[in-house]
Design a protein around this ligand. Sequence first.
Ligand code: MOS
Length: 734
Amino acid sequence: MTRSLILDAPDERNRLDAMAQGVIGKPLDRPDGPAKTTGTALYAAEYAVDGCLEGVLVTATITRGEVTVLGEKAVRDMPGVIAVICDERMTARAAQGRAGESPVREVRRVQYYGQPIALVVAETFEQARDAAKQLRVEYREDEGALVEQHSRDAPVETYGNSVIQGNLDKAMSEAAHAVDVTYTTECHNSAPMEPHASIAQWDGEVLTLHSSLQMLRYNVKELADAVGLPPEKVHLISPYVGGGFGSKLGISPEGVAASVAAMELGRPVRVVMLRQQVFQCVMRRSETTQRMRLAADGEGRLIGFGHEALVSNLPAEDFGEPVTQASKFLYRGENRTIRIDLARLNLVTAGSVRAPGEAVGMQVLEAAMDELANEMGLDPVELRLRNIPERHPSKDIPYSSRKLAECLTLGAERFGWDGANRQPCQKREGEWWIGTGMASAARIHNLNEAEARVTLCADGTAIVASDMTDIGTGTYTVLGQIAGEMLGLDPKDVLVRLGDTSFPPGAGSGGSWGAASTGSAVFTACEGIRLKLAEKLGCAEEDLTLKDGFAVVGNRRVAFPDLLGGEAIEETGHFESGKVSDEFSAAMYGAFFCEVAVNAYTGETRVRRFGGTFGLGRVLNHKTATSQCMGGMVWGIGSALTEDEIFDKRDGHIVNPDLAEYHVPVNLDVPHLDVVLVEERDPAASPLQAKGVGELGICGAAGAIANAIYHACGVRVRSFPITPDKVMAELPEP
Ligand code: MOS
């Protein structure tokens, strides 16, 4: 049976708190942990498939133009080579930006440097790689294509919904205090540890793809469309994913190429992207230019708020980095101008990377807020507290539960924040300037439709099944905890099966919606099972206590196997957000406090202390939620100091397409991260009263670091990442 829950109004029942098992929120270990740490968990490329051929992608080396693959014959004669495939389906650009889109088909036209144009298939990987290098390709590059891209002199269109309210120019001119500043951020790569990888098998009817994916419910349709099959003939398997960070939201080129090859050759084909290809042909986060205008009255209350951004993407891609997402709801300011312009550039597709929008939007907003606080000599914590609106500033709807003020206050206290002394260049230790900075955190709460099947087996254990993915986020763990809590079982007795499209379609992992959405589907299925158990016992469901594998009502206590009498109970839960999404502004909030040391001679920044206090609704597992927040803060350090995907202006290739040169923070870059989760229930967020977790920790984090750098040495760098060269250029006399 399918039982549906559509969230049309806040779910005030707080059912999880009323349950008896007491496992929700507990810092339980991951059930998938031992398999991952011992190497027995199979990732996409690791399946032993008999007779599997190896494919290597050949990618374009021009910015835009015509491509002809010439050397097919010569390459086919090389040892072990089976085929060179340059099917038109292969040159299709997999839609990376937004899940659910169909790929754009193009024949022999290349739209960016790095676009896949052919797949060389051989008996071994070495043979395929060698042949791929030898393949002769002729290009006719469009005149001026490269210059156009790098002058950023491209056609621009307005993206998404703008907010134009009141008169910002007037507010700016009448303000007691105002800042009008422009910041830039550079392209980012999602940089998952596991590169994009697929093994395709075709039995003449069904295409099976082992792949590393985040959103199976959409990916199955995307792949079916790309290869020309009905979706029911496509089977995706993705139980373990070595990080996605947005880059695996959509199917990627290697999966399509492997599928086309397997269907043509009648043999299984594996394609694993080289690390350079992950950079070159999966996707990037758009670079951004952001103008912030903040107008405040004498007390520091915002009367005007402007956030105008310029981002880019390929022609015909309809994703734009939603830079202003949190700016729409975070602070006051009745006169508002919030908009995004999208430039069309022939650079690798821009898509979702780790908290699309807020990651780079919040870091700039929070740096600009710091500039305003400095301008008026107000404690930046106090400036934020004075600007928390009562209602959504342009939609005039209420907020759902919002712990921003608590996070700011508690975070400041824990860190030992000194808001009175905000002049720069106050403290020196040897050759290091020491400073502190803070920022708010905010990330919109998203939900996605989800289904999950829960079976209470005759032996009294349970199985949860959904095509939901666990991309390292802890999905296996929290879904087991939700089912355990609702059904009165030790989570050890709940087997969670994920990442297979033969299971009901879960929410997928994206936009931090995974746990709250698929978790609500599990919750709903469990409610259905509870009803059936109550029926068997002849009591009302609310009077039923389930604990440790027993059903208890009044003075009766029956073990599940006895109650079930040899028959399992199976329920499929379906969850969807309803009217509640339009009636409340729901988001996760927090505050960052950090201390940095900036070298007075070299401009090198070291983050010495970093605290994050977050309100993200009910915590489903304290350990996995804390880890997620830490991960976000680590990305914040990268965004603040090092991450910068650099395109060569001579030919358009990415200069630093690997994890050595594109530097994501490593252990030495990261101090102890002090993460605090405040107690919260948000009935408007989900029936679990839980919100998103995964991306919150990045949203604003880099702003806190930028602000600390300014406080340390008086250098305000308005171009992220804040590399030593940029700081050094402005350093005071040491
Ligand atoms: Mo996320 S960057 O929406 O996977």
